[in-house]
Design a protein around this ligand. Structure first.
Ligand SMILES: NC(=O)C1=CN([C@@H]2O[C@H](COP(=O)(O)OP(=O)(O)OC[C@H]3O[C@@H](n4cnc5c(N)ncnc54)[C@H](OP(=O)(O)O)[C@@H]3O)[C@@H](O)[C@H]2O)C=CC1
Length: 276
């Protein structure tokens, strides 16, 4: 029964169901470190893993999947096409490289990692092709601003299922969230735990009230807002802690208090400045 929580999640605009919670593996080292963290997460009940070509750990993710003892069709695997591989043909090649490294027949979710300047539309068209070929179940984007979303949707008529963006209490992305909801795009929060910068008195007070940790309160705030979360940890106890978000509910007042912490503060790059 407990596993139900790990498989719970939104039905995306293409009809595929994606878990609310996944494990992120950015900065998790290829080899033993990533193999162990992915295996720990799957053993704890996680069914969704978020990697990317540029993380350099797709082979370890694939090995962990094979050694996990959980069947492929119960897992939801995301990877992303890196910036220098943008463009139609290069994206198709990059996809094949990722798929081979992961050792998978198909990928559940393939994302355009960053919009950059002028190749994201051709890249998006390659993702549409891969989905039509049955090599990817769902296609989405990452770090897209409203204008990028408008551009690809107007040109191709295909709406991304998710937009994975930096999102946490100090960067609540309310405008993007409103636009995404109107267009049936689910937001997915990267760096949901502010890359470990969790020392926030308001969050600590709320956490104490529910007998939860600051990390759990943030992740719960996300899913109550309809946002998918992919916290990263290489530590077993934190992997378990970050999954303890399905057995409590934040009140409307506490949700509003967390909303009030927004400072439009980024820990990562700004898509408007990260041009290539
Ligand atoms: N699309 C994109 O451009 C991007 C996508 N991402 C994705 O999002 C995922 C998550 O973002 P990420 O930047 O890794 O950062 P997170 O916000 O998930 O924070 C991870 C950091 O917090 C620590 N941590 C994890 N859990 C806890 C806890 N319960 N209490 C205290 N500290 C904790 C981790 O340390 P430790 O491991 O030692 O536990 C690590 O240092 C990435 O791994 C990646 O998959 C990230 C950045 C950009």
């Amino acid at each position: 029964m407990a596993n139900q929580t790990f498989t719970d999640g939104p039905t995306l605009n293409d009809g595929v169901k994606m878990p609310w919670l996944g494990l992120g593996v950015w900065k998790t080292k290829e080899g033993e470190e990533v193999i162990q963290s992915v295996k720990s997460a799957i053993a704890a009940g996680y069914r969704s893993i978020d990697t990317a070509a540029v993380y350099g750990n797709e082979e370890g993710v694939g090995q962990a999947i094979r050694e996990s003892g959980v069947s492929r069709d119960e897992l939801f695997i995301t990877t992303k096409v890196w910036n220098e591989d943008q463009g139609y043909e290069k994206t198709l090649q990059a996809f094949e490289t990722s798929r081979k490294k992961l050792g998978l027949d198909f990928i559940d979710l393939y994302l355009v990692h960053w919009p950059g300047k002028d190749k994201y539309l051709d890249t998006w068209k390659a993702l549409i092709h891969l989905q039509r070929e049955g090599l990817v179940r769902s296609i989405g984007v990452s770090n897209f601003q409203i204008r990028h979303l408008q551009h690809i949707m107007e040109d191709t008529g295909v709406v991304p299922v998710v937009n994975q963006v930096e999102l946490h209490p100090l960067l609540s992305q309310k405008e993007l969230l409103g636009y995404a909801r109107e267009n049936h795009i689910v937001l997915e929060a990267w760096s949901p735990l502010m890359q470990g910068n969790l020392d926030q008195p308001v969050l600590a007070q709320i956490a104490e009230k529910y007998g939860k940790t600051t990390a759990q309160v943030i992740l719960r705030w996300d899913i109550q807002n309809g946002i998918i979360v992919i916290p990263k940890s290489i530590k077993d106890h934190r992997i378990c802690e970050n999954a303890g978000i399905f057995d409590f509910e934040l009140s409307a007042a506490d949700m509003a208090a967390i909303d009030g912490l927004n400072q439009n503060k980024r820990f990562g790059s700004n898509p408007d400045e990260f041009l290539f």
